[in-house]
Write a protein that binds this ligand. Structure first.
Ligand SMILES: [Zn+2]
Length: 106
């Protein structure tokens, strides 16, 4: 089982099979347990209905859950519960990192 350290706190990353009977994962592609420090990710399998770039989608879901946890660990619970902000960061963080790298090289 993998784990990831989020600002000093280890979170377990738990992959849930698509036939999991965990009711929490059945309604989403991932979720974070902020108090037991677990990130649950659905193991989405490629099929005719899945995204063409499934790996990119899975990384986006992981980033989404990471941002929930990051804000929680910082004590910013309102931001941790803000799905729009969390999704924005999950989708844009790689572009933001590129801008930071450009700024750092100036
Ligand atoms: Zn979310």
């Amino acid at each position: 089982m993998e784990s990831i350290n989020i600002f000093g706190t280890d979170y377990k990353i738990i992959l849930e099979p698509s036939n999991s009977n965990n009711p929490k994962i059945q309604a989403c592609n991932g979720y974070v347990e902020l108090y037991s420090k677990e990130i649950h990710l659905l193991e989405v399998m490629a099929d005719e209905k899945s995204y063409n770039d499934l790996d990119l989608f899975k990384r986006k879901v992981l980033l989404h859950e990471l941002f929930h946890a990051i804000f929680h660990e910082c004590g910013l619970s309102e931001y941790a519960n803000d799905e729009v902000l969390v999704e924005f960061l999950a989708l844009q963080i790689n572009k933001i990192i590129k801008l930071v790298n450009i700024a750092n090289s100036m």
